[in-house]
Design a protein around this ligand. Structure first.
Ligand SMILES: CC(C)(COP(=O)(O)OP(=O)(O)OC[C@H]1O[C@@H](n2cnc3c(N)ncnc32)[C@H](O)[C@@H]1OP(=O)(O)O)[C@@H](O)C(=O)NCCC(=O)NCCS
Length: 168
């Protein structure tokens, strides 16, 4: 089985990489996003769009950012993740999330959050395996009317205490 490499998008390669990431996400996610959405995430947090390659072929990607939440804590956000169908089940998704969490932690994140469809068993399993907790159910959150779970991974004591209050 071939070795998969994990690298962040660089501004120099943006014109080449962003369209490929967008093509992958558009194919695999239930909602499409414009090129500007990818550019927004990339420019605000260049190290937090991470790609998985098999040789020169893009086989997975994750798009995240980090910002201040209610002026109280730094919140990492996973906006999108996808792995090509034929590469699933090889823990590429888990490694992309782990790499993004490590990068967000290094940039001072107190927690990491995301939303996923309540019917997305693979994503829920992936995130719960990595310690994410369900904090909210969001009614008809997606354009297809599906509900979402908001998941949260507390990284610092500041977030752990608040999360405990939310999930208990
Ligand atoms: C979600 C996704 C990124 C997972 O990528 P992946 O590389 O296949 O994930 P991993 O191999 O790291 O698997 C993570 C866990 O989920 C489990 N899993 C994978 N597919 C599953 C499925 N269809 N049902 C239940 N569990 C599943 C794996 O077995 C693994 O758990 P384990 O280690 O306990 O065995 C991939 O399925 C995907 O791209 N889906 C389409 C896009 C999407 O839904 N993105 C998420 C939006 S929030």
């Amino acid at each position: 089985m071939s070795e998969i490499s994990y690298t962040a998008v660089t501004l120099a390669d943006e014109d080449k990489e962003i369209p490929l990431i967008r093509e992958l996400m558009t194919k695999e996610l239930s909602e499409p996003y414009t090129l500007y959405v990818y550019r927004y995430f990339m420019y605000s947090c260049p190290d937090l769009t991470i790609m998985a390659h098999d040789g020169n072929t893009l086989v997975g990607a994750i798009v995240c950012n980090i910002s201040s939440h209610k002026d109280r804590r730094q919140r990492g956000y996973i906006a999108m993740i996808a792995v090509c169908d034929e590469y699933r089940g090889r823990h590429i998704g888990s490694k992309l999330v782990a790499a993004a969490v490590t990068a967000m932690k290094a940039q001072g994140a107190d927690e990491v959050v995301l939303e996923t469809e309540t019917v997305n068993k693979a994503a829920i399993r992936l995130y719960e395996n990595l310690g994410f907790l369900r904090s909210k159910r969001l009614y008809k959150y997606y354009l297809n009317s599906n509900d979402a779970f908001r998941l949260i991974l507390p990284l610092t004591e500041k977030s752990t205490m608040l999360t405990r209050m939310m999930v208990e």
